[in-house]
Design a protein around this ligand. Structure first.
Ligand code: S3P
Length: 437
């Protein structure tokens, strides 16, 4: 069975994308670490976030859904020994952030994940955690499943992550919350800063200082989180699929309500501003994040644009859909400095290159990126894309089908629910024609 996206003439509508995945994980987790009841609205109810909620429940917090996107979380100010293993499903963010959070308590936790997560590197979080005093069993290969053994006597570290990763930074900062002394994370390239912003919202003092292209973030151990009220802003990484649909369709008029302009998340928005007409209006603030409404409407064509290397972390999840735009653009697009894509939910460089190739687009694969030879609006399509447990590959392929010369199929859609359960509803509202075949 495959799912097919058929070409359509017009894409139009006004959509509020679901809650941001990064902020949703953090809202639940931080509320579970706090003492007292927190009220969260706008939560993304995708499988990844629900698993973080389930993990927090197993660690002693009360996590209750009170309405669509509305959750209350009552934390005990610390974690208890869980009686069962914790399965993080497909979620790198949930597993890596929670390893840092769990590492600061005297608990022993068996951690598992699905086939995709079990192939992803965990050494990047285990290594700094080991330096702080966490230990692990069955972790020699640096992959899940493994058993994490936390400690209530962690020591602070001064750490420079070898890769630009908000998950690594966040893991170390969360372990640092329960360590003796001040923990420093030195980033050579700034990554998304939701952990820092949201911890401040939970009453934790942190310091972030710019350092060239990067920053030094520090946190003093022993601070308590305060329960509160949090509104999760909508997810720019989900919005990217809707904006791209508007940019590739032969005629379009798409407005996205509440798009974050946080510079650590808006790389895709910046790049498409150079490719087409993009209008930003109605700037406002939601729980410490500035948001705007974004309108794209179709004009003559898309200009190929090379994303600057310094923007890579700020659009790290948007490269598959950006490659689809590059396929429709006029001219060559060069993506470099994006080797992190090799260890996402799939090897996203290989999966993206194959997505384009099977649909008749010329593309070269490089170790740290790819070169797309744009088709100037005439993408042949007609291929069936192998999605490899990767939600963003599946959604990118289905967006390509909207405007390719022939339908585009995907071999699986189940994992789209990890990040964007309303994807099909929203695409239908915009006028896309996606069906099972
Ligand atoms: C995330 C960080 C990024 C991103 C992921 C979410 C986060 O991963 O790709 O989807 O919420 O911290 P890395 O930290 O591995 O770059």
């Amino acid at each position: 069975m495959v799912w097919i996206s058929n070409p359509v003439k017009r894409i139009s509508g006004h959509i509020i994308p679901p809650g941001d995945k990064s902020c949703s994980h953090r809202a639940i987790l931080f509320a579970a670490m706090a003492e007292g009841t927190s009220y969260i609205t706008g939560l993304l109810e995708g499988d990844d976030v629900l698993r973080t909620g389930e993990a927090c429940r197993k660690l002693g917090a009360e996590v209750t859904r009170t309405g669509k996107g509305a959750w209350t979380v009552t934390g005990k100010g610390g974690f208890e020994q869980p009686s069962e293993p914790i399965d993080f499903g497909n979620s790198g963010t949930g597993s890596r952030l929670m390893m840092g959070a769990m590492g600061g308590y005297d608990i022993k936790v068996e951690i598992t994940g699905d086939a995709s997560l079990s192939s992803r590197p965990m050494g990047r979080v285990l290594n700094p955690l080991y330096d702080m005093g966490v230990t692990a069993e069955n972790a020699e290969d640096g992959k899940l499943p493994l058993t994490l053994i936390g400690s209530s006597t962690l020591k602070a570290i001064d750490y420079t992550p070898p890769v630009a990763s908000a998950q690594v930074k966040s893991c170390v900062l969360l372990a640092g919350l329960n360590a003796v002394g001040t923990t420093y994370v030195r980033e050579t390239k700034k990554t998304r800063d939701h952990t820092e912003r949201m911890l401040e919202g939970f009453g934790v003092a942190l310091s972030s200082e710019d350092d060239g292209e990067g920053q030094v973030v520090s946190i003093k151990g022993g601070q308590k989180l305060k329960a509160g009220e949090f509104v999760v802003p909508s997810d720019p990484s989900s919005a990217a699929f809707l904006l791209a649909a508007g940019l590739v369709a032969p005629a379009s008029d798409v407005t996205i309500e509440g798009h974050m302009t946080n510079p650590t998340r808006s790389g895709f928005l910046k790049v498409i501003e150079g490719m087409a007409d993009v209008e930003l209006t109605n700037e406002r603030t939601v729980s410490g994040e500035t948001v705007v409404d974004v309108k794209v409407s179709r004009r003559d064509g898309l200009n190929a644009t090379n994303p600057p290397v310094e923007l890579v972390p700020a659009m790290i999840d948007e490269f598959p859909i950006f490659a689809v735009l590059a396929a429709f653009a006029k001219g060559e697009t060069h993506v470099t400095g994006a080797e992190e894509l090799r260890v996402k939910e799939s090897d996203r460089i290989r999966a993206t290159v194959d997505l384009l190739r099977v649909n008749g687009v010329k593309v070269d694969e490089h170790e740290d990126g790819f070169t797309v030879y744009g088709c100037d609006g005439k993408v042949p399509g007609g291929g069936t894309v192998e999605t490899r447990h990767d939600h963003r590959i599946a959604m990118s392929a289905l967006v390509m089908g909207i405007a390719a010369e022939n339908p585009v199929a995907v071999d699986d859609i189940a994992m789209i629910a990890t990040s964007y359960p309303e994807f099909f509803d929203h695409m239908k509202q915009l006028g896309a024609d996606i069906r099972e075949a």
